[in-house]
Ligand binder design. Structure first.
Ligand code: HEM
Length: 408
């Protein structure tokens, strides 16, 4: 192991349940360190806030396509990887300009602030429907009954996928997320294959009879021939489905858990719902669901904080650690729902900044407000230490969240 390597167990329960000591260590001891990332290899992890922002904004020196630094294959997608895995990674997040601009441009309007704000009544109705169902019991798993189904319903409706197929996605995604890392790739491939077979079937149905939703629009673009190939279409929908679902699930789930553990902040919110916007921003900072950026490739040799990075090296921005950088955020380990300004990087930055951030924010705001207004006495049903986190690398989220609704 090189001298500057740092050993961090980034998928352990100990880290997931309290990541702050790890962030503090990263900032104090190894602001830029080289780590062995399972399935990927050695990568540079950059955690100071200013360096993270600089690297995310610098799409000249840090790129998404391995070919642009003379590498033949994407990190973690070796010669042995099935063709499907390669296709699924060729989405907008995996591409540089001009392909990135072309792909993002095709769907940007559907995620614009104006369009997303128009979805408010429907998202509220979905949240209320789920809460009505939950109200039949006293003890519920908030992940299973609320945090998971809400974003899934929203993104499948936006894409135009049938409601009756939602349980399949829940099964597919959960089976990938709950698998320990070493088995993940092995077990993920059959699931990815099932998802892609299902999606190709849906594209066919949309070709035969166009329907409401983004997929039909994209199928038209694909048929027009000049904008999108069939593989790109598959990769795009796969990305939107996964990115638009799993991340928001953990903002709602982790956010609820965090508020329950900070009763003073929760009481403040309950007495003034105009704070819900800044609360969601603080939750994004404090329990950042996407802990690292995608892998970027350095296009030239460079030195960051004394560490020499070579052309072609893998570089990751540690978003969650950057959001707790004491050089940028005062008392980073304190949850402060009125924190202003709050320039967190939970949605990334630069040209690949999150396409769905307006949607994610709105969903989380609605989810929290509807939940705590309906069940103001809601409390954890188990000690906080017993709540189980997913063993997922790079995604911080709860497996289950047992709560008591304490209906009066
Ligand atoms: C709390 C929820 C979410 C979080 C924390 C989150 C986080 C992120 C981050 C950090 C990136 C940048 C990755 C990088 O630079 O390597 C990103 C990109 C992206 N996100 Fe999100 N996301 C969330 C919700 C969503 C939703 C609801 C969608 C909707 C479909 C979405 C779609 C995307 C897409 C398509 C990209 C790639 C953009 C590009 O390459 O230009 N995300 N997200």
């Amino acid at each position: 192991m090189a001298r500057h390597d740092l050993t961090l167990e980034l998928d352990s329960q100990a880290y997931k349940s309290n990541p702050f000591p790890t962030y503090a260590r990263m900032h104090a001891e190894s602001p830029v360190c080289r780590m062995k990332v399972p399935l990927v290899g050695r990568a540079w992890i950059v955690s100071p806030y200013d360096d993270v922002v600089a690297l995310l904004k610098d799409s000249e020196r840090f790129v998404q396509e391995p070919q642009n630094v003379g590498r033949r294959r994407r990190a973690g997608v070796g010669w042995w990887a099935p063709r499907l895995l390669r296709i699924l990674t060729e989405n907008m997040l995996g591409r540089d300009a001009p392909a990135h601009r072309r792909l993002r441009g095709l769907v940007e309007q559907a995620f614009s602030r104006r369009h997303v704000m128009g979805m408010r009544p429907r998202i509220e109705a979905i949240a209320d429907e789920l809460l009505d169902k939950m109200a039949a019991s006293q003890d519920v798993d908030l992940m299973r009954d609320y945090a998971r189904p809400l974003p899934l319903a929203v993104i499948t409706e936006l894409l135009g996928l049938p409601e009756e197929d939602r349980p399949k996605f829940t099964r597919w995604v959960r089976s990938m997320m709950r698998t320990p890392l070493v088995l993940r790739l092995l077990l993920s491939v059959p699931v990815m294959w099932q998802i892609s077979r299902y999606l190709r079937g849906q594209f066919e149905l949309c070709r035969e009879s166009p329907r409401e939703g983004l997929i039909s629009g994209l199928v038209e673009a694909e048929e027009a021939g000049s904008h999108l190939s069939e593989d790109e279409l598959l990769s795009m929908v796969f990305l939107l489905l996964l990115a638009g679902h799993e991340t928001t699930v953990h903002l709602i789930g982790g956010g609820t858990f965090t508020l329950l553990r900070h009763p003073t902040e929760l009481a403040k919110l309950k007495s003034d719902w105009s704070l819900v916007g800044s609360t969601v921003e603080e939750l994004l900072r404090y329990c950042t669901p996407v802990e690292f950026s995608s892998i970027k490739y350095a296009t030239e040799p460079m030195t960051i904080r004394g560490k020499e990075i070579a052309r072609g090296d893998y570089v990751l921005a540690a978003l969650a650690a950057a959001n707790c950088d004491p050089a940028r955020f005062e008392n980073p380990e304190r949850l402060d729902i009125e924190r202003t300004p709050n320039p967190h990087v939970a949605f990334g930055s630069g040209v690949h900044f999150c396409l769905g951030l307006q949607l994610a924010r709105l969903e989380a705001q609605i989810a929290l407000e509807r939940l705590f207004k309906r069940f103001p006495e809601l409390e954890l049903a188990v000690p906080a230490e017993n709540v189980k986190w997913l063993p997922a690398l790079g995604l911080r989220g709860l497996d289950a969240l047992p709560v008591n609704l304490r209906k009066t």
